[in-house]
Ligand binder design. Structure first.
Ligand SMILES: [Zn+2]
Length: 252
């Protein structure tokens, strides 16, 4: 996930997102720890500023282990970890769907859950990951659940949550259409905004540490080293110590 190959020259103009003025955020990611890895510093900062941040996780993470385990137990463990990390960061709400890890697809049954959350929470912005990224250099390629989470989220936003003829059953629940006007996509190769998260990297790593099942066997050491390094590289682009990079869309 090296940043060196980003087509983003030093000194290029950066987007100044309207959402910096506040308003609730809905974060939608594939796996229980994705939000922390992708945007944990940004979310920690927003929560510290008193902003409402809601998290919707689209799978239960029941294949997040490198050895055979009871997947039902793993899902229960990861649900508890997600709530613990959410409490630590100060999230306003946390919800986890029971889709199996590795089986996330861009289908109406998933999109309606995102649309339901959008119409209920009326977020000023939605935070997710860039679905167009397949290859991160030649060292890593993107998990299908991550790509599908990005597509599901975008397709739930438009055309969907803002149109009364999509997800009509939500109207019967009293959920009126809601148009999202700003979308932030992390894990992108085409960032147009580098969010200053200086002072919040410790909280990002600590939140990840609370996903205990995922950081056993020394994995937290990898995160402690790799995440700040990535954040330093992003920070250089805007002259701050640490940053997280996003592709920000401002919809009409
Ligand atoms: Zn993931």
């Amino acid at each position: 996930m090296a940043l060196e190959s980003e087509p983003h020259p030093e000194g290029a103009p950066h987007v100044h997102p309207a959402a910096e003025t506040g308003g609730p955020v809905l974060a939608v990611f594939a796996h229980p720890d994705d939000m922390e890895i992708c945007a944990g510093g940004t979310v920690a900062r927003w929560c510290s500023e008193g902003r409402d941040v809601h998290l919707l996780v689209l799978t239960n993470g029941d294949r997040g282990a490198a050895k055979p385990v009871d997947r039902t137990e793993l899902a229960a463990t990861r649900l508890a970890e997600t709530h613990a990390a959410g409490r630590y960061l100060g999230l306003t709400s946390v919800a986890v769907l029971d889709t199996h890890d590795g089986e996330l697809e861009n289908v109406p049954s998933v999109r309606i859950e995102i649309a339901r959350a959008i119409r209920r929470l009326r977020p000023a912005m939605v935070l997710s990951c860039d679905p167009t990224v397949v290859f991160f250099g030649n060292e890593y390629f993107n998990h299908s659940d991550h790509r599908n989470a990005g597509w599901c989220t975008m397709d739930a936003i438009f055309p969907g949550a803002g149109n009364p003829l999509f997800f009509e059953e939500l109207l019967a629940e009293g959920l009126e259409p809601w148009s999202v006007t700003e979308v932030w996509l992390g894990w992108t190769m085409e960032p147009n905004h580098h969010q200053d998260v200086t002072g919040f990297m410790d909280r990002k790593v600590e939140a990840l540490r609370l996903h205990e099942s995922q950081v056993a066997d020394g994995q937290i050491g990898f995160f402690e080293e790799w995440l700040p390094k990535e954040a330093v590289e992003a920070g250089k682009r805007v002259g701050v110590q640490h940053a997280e990079s996003f592709r920000v869309l401002q919809l009409g």
